[in-house]
Design a protein around this ligand. Structure first.
Ligand SMILES: [Zn+2]
Length: 455
């Protein structure tokens, strides 16, 4: 018999949004095989777990109560709503509610046949990316997106914890299922932004200024100037050509390489598609089992025609359909970019991570669907969250090698189980970092090699 949870609600509740959350629960990797979540069935099948979602006191006998909060299911995300994370206790573990007001910490998550908070709305808030629809001007960064420091999870220092994945495990356990706790899996990806460090358009003084700013040190200037001269005189190969080791780093459960194909703004400097170096990268990646996706240029985020044009070009160049994509600069607007991906018929986007830190932007490391508020239904394509990008890790550590190592070691140690971590490592990035003692070949290589036993 299929494991079944039957949910009963007041007819007035927002059925499409509830159904969206129940779909996410059914398909979550922690759920038992073939779990079905029924919403207001005529009768609950025998042996099903019965839940009532609504007002305290209205729950039928033998039903588990989920108290309805009525915030995120009744409004539109364009109406600004200040929210906080409240901590609850479940068998010595912490789970977190998203609510308009603070509650005293450490209350039980589940007691006496009732849940302590509305976890349906909490899951909805995180997965729909509710807060990113209406950031205030002071919460918006230089490229028009919500600053990570203004988002709920970083504000509560919870972005290193997959709060959605932990919450799903607790819900299932409270309802009598034993969620499978599996070792965390790692996937690897690269965005080919530039082929070379000292390539066309490289400006030495600007680069040296950037290095000084990022690492608050001038110590590496002589070495960089010397490398620049040696590369220009042909005595050294460009340090951005790291593909020999980059594409062989592993193992990973999945490897993807994203190619940018057109330049339309000062933010884009993708290499010429006919350059021998890039053609070699394409062939090597293919031979090593990489999947290929598109890295749409900066301006595609609100431009379906431009997105389609670039995608067609990528398909011609790759000789295969392109179904995966990651926005350049992680440039993603709600709902415009989601709508662009939907209109273009993409299968997967891998943009939703942080640019200036690592962690779980939507509270989960696993693929999920965003929610289309205009049509009150999930988007058809899947979001595969980006969890750790090379430059995000360095920025979170303020460019300090010891701090970067500490953050990374702690992050891996606290996430050994129960989630998925997608890494993004650029080919040109390790050069500058290695000069400052941040060795991505070791940092990312080590976690990938440790999962050898589990893959
Ligand atoms: Zn990029």
């Amino acid at each position: 018999m299929r494991p079944t949870i039957a949910f009963f609600t007041d007819p007035a509740q927002a059925q499409p949004r509830i159904r969206y959350v129940l779909d996410a629960l059914e398909h979550h990797p922690h759920a038992p095989d073939h779990l079905q979540c029924l919403l207001n069935p005529a009768t609950a099948p025998p042996d099903s777990v019965i839940c009532y979602y609504g007002t305290t006191g209205n729950a039928p006998e033998n039903a588990v109560l989920i108290p309805a909060q009525r915030v995120f299911f009744v409004a539109q995300p364009t109406v600004r709503q200040s929210v906080v994370c409240n901590r609850y206790d479940f068998e010595g573990r912490s789970v977190y509610a998203v609510a308009p007001r603070s509650a005293s910490p450490g209350q039980p998550f589940f007691a006496g046949g009732a849940f302590g908070f509305d976890w349906l709305e909490t899951l909805f808030f995180h997965l729909s990316r509710w807060e990113e629809y209406a950031s205030a001007p002071q919460e918006t960064d230089d490229i028009g997106m919500m600053k990570s420091s203004a988002q709920l999870l970083p504000r509560h220092k919870l972005h290193h914890i997959p709060v959605v994945d932990h919450l799903v495990a607790a819900i299932l356990q409270a309802l009598g299922f034993s969620p499978a706790q599996r070792p965390t899996t790692f996937s690897l990806s690269h965005d080919v932004d530039d082929l070379l460090v000292f390539g066309p358009g490289f400006r030495l003084l600007r680069y040296l200024g950037g290095v000084a700013l990022r690492h608050r040190s001038l110590r590496r200037w002589p070495r960089i100037v010397s490398d620049y001269r040696r590369v220009n005189s042909g005595r050294m190969s460009d340090p951005g050509d790291t593909f020999d080791w980059l594409l062989r780093l592993g193992p990973a459960v999945e490897k993807t390489i994203y190619f940018g194909v057109e330049n339309h703004s000062p933010y884009d400097h993708f290499p010429d598609l006919n350059s021998p170096g890039l053609l070699e990268v394409r062939e090597t990646a293919r031979a090593l089992g990489y999947q290929a996706g598109i890295h749409p240029s900066f301006n595609t985020w609100k431009n379906t025609d431009l997105f389609r044009q670039e995608r067609r070009k990528a398909e011609t160049w790759l000789g295969a359909p392109v179904l995966k994509s990651r926005q350049h600069y992680l440039h993603f607007a709600f709902p415009e970019t989601a709508d662009v991906l939907e209109a273009a018929g993409m299968q997967e986007d891998a943009t939703l991570g942080f640019r200036d830190r690592i962690g779980f932007r939507a509270g989960t490391g696993f693929p999920f669907h965003l929610y289309c508020f205009q049509s009150e239904r999930p988007y058809r394509w899947v979001e595969k969250p980006l969890v750790a990008m090379d430059c995000g890790l360095v920025r979170e550590g303020g460019g300090n090698p010891q701090e970067v190592l500490r953050i990374w070691t702690d992050f891996i140690a606290q996430n050994r189980e129960g989630t998925a971590v997608s890494l993004n490592l650029h080919n040109t990035y390790p050069y500058e970092q290695a000069l400052h003692g941040i060795d991505f070949r070791a940092l990312f290589g080590q976690v990938l090699s440790q999962q050898k036993e589990s893959v």
